[in-house]
Ligand binder design. Structure first.
Ligand code: NAD
Length: 319
């Protein structure tokens, strides 16, 4: 069922802003709540004049109030890039715990469906490949990445407890690496980093020997999957991601080719607890939601590079 009045927490971030845009385009009223820790009003500036869209500055870890009815709460607030969550470790744990508690409380008060943005990082450095939803994961609870991974694991647990205890209509989506327009060039994630470096003619910094893999999903595909889940009654957890798996070195070379850059590759230290492999098993999403990704890495990267060139012309300086 399509929601009429939607709260999107973290709506001024990368994924949240695409969600807000799609809900407004579908005719829903959208209340976007964000404290701008890693997002910014500019991401939803184009929606600002629309009568169906409202941006509210709000820290989800504090008091949360929304007047009037709400039939869907999309809980996307959380730093998501390693650079961001390592810079804001306590805030990341707080928004995953207290923020999720408050977002669940809001959904309960309004009788709304609740969708939690979880992550493939709950699988940690996986011992099962590809990862199915039934895999429990391999996370170091005291490693540096645990501030994000464990916050998300806790938020999944809390969501499940609200469903069991209060009968709340909940869903959990485990999102795999997603990329596209509105990523920040310095957010530290591989794709914006490679694009920025390639456009500037700087060396592309590949960690380790570049053999570790990621499966990258273009934002439009990811958002289609998330909306299909929101519209359904499925509880999940459900993986949403593109099973097209690339090594980091292959990804760097692809970005370099698509930008026409002459940048060299530079190998740098691998971060602690960096997963060796990552690939979603999307059988459940295909069977239950009829969803499958449509945009391959080359087409998606072309669109993303075009956006970086258009929006950040200063990026192409030295090349
Ligand atoms: P992002 O950093 O661009 O967006 C997160 C947003 O949450 C930002 O606008 C930030 O200001 C806001 N926020 C953070 N703490 C807050 C708080 N206490 N109160 C209110 N707002 C707060 O990141 P993103 O890539 O858009 O990720 C969005 C969500 O999707 C996150 O929950 C993330 O864990 C999840 N996710 C993203 C990916 C991905 O590949 N992009 C993969 C897996 C999961």
């Amino acid at each position: 069922m399509r929601a009429q009045r939607v709260v999107v927490t973290g709506g001024a971030g990368f994924l949240g802003s695409h969600l807000c845009e799609r809900f407004v385009a579908r005719g829903a009223q959208v209340i976007c709540m964000d404290n701008f820790l890693t997002g910014a009003p500019v991401n939803v500036e184009h929606l600002m004049g629309r009568p169906r869209f409202r941006l509210v500055e709000c820290d989800l870890t504090g008091f949360v109030h929304v007047p009037g009815p709400v039939d869907l709460v999309m809980h996307f607030a959380s730093a998501a890039s390693p650079t961001d969550y390592l810079r804001h470790p306590i805030q990341t744990l707080k928004v995953g715990s207290l923020g999720t508690l408050h977002a669940l409380g809001l959904a309960r008060e309004k009788g709304a469906r609740f969708v939690l943005a979880s992550t493939s990082e709950v699988y940690g450095d996986p011992l099962q490949h590809p990862q199915t939803e039934s895999y429990w994961g391999n996370v170091n609870p005291v490693g540096p990445r645990s501030v994000y991974d464990e916050a998300k694991r806790f938020s999944e647990s809390l969501t499940t407890a609200y469903r069991a205890t209060h009968g709340l209509n909940t869903a959990i989506v485990r999102i795999f690496n997603t990329y596209g327009p509105r990523m920040r060039p310095h957010d530290g994630r591989a794709i914006p980093t490679f694009i920025r470096q390639a456009l500037a003619g700087e060396p592309l910094t590949v960690t380790g020997d570049g053999g570790q893999t990621r499966s990258i999903s273009y934002v439009d595909d990811t958002v289609d999957g998330i909306l299909a889940l929101a519209d359904s009654s499925l509880a999940g957890p459900v993986n949403i991601g593109n099973p097209a798996e690339l090594s980091m070195l292959e990804l760097a070379c692809l970005v370099r080719d698509l930008t026409g850059s002459g940048s060299p590759i530079r190998f740098v230290d691998r971060p602690v607890d960096d997963p060796h492999v990552r690939r979603p098993d999307t059988t459940l999403a295909a069977a239950e939601l009829g969803w499958r990704p449509r945009i391959g890495p080359e087409a998606g990267l072309r669109r993303t590079i075009e956006w970086f060139e258009r929006e950040l012309p200063e990026a192409r300086s030295a090349s």
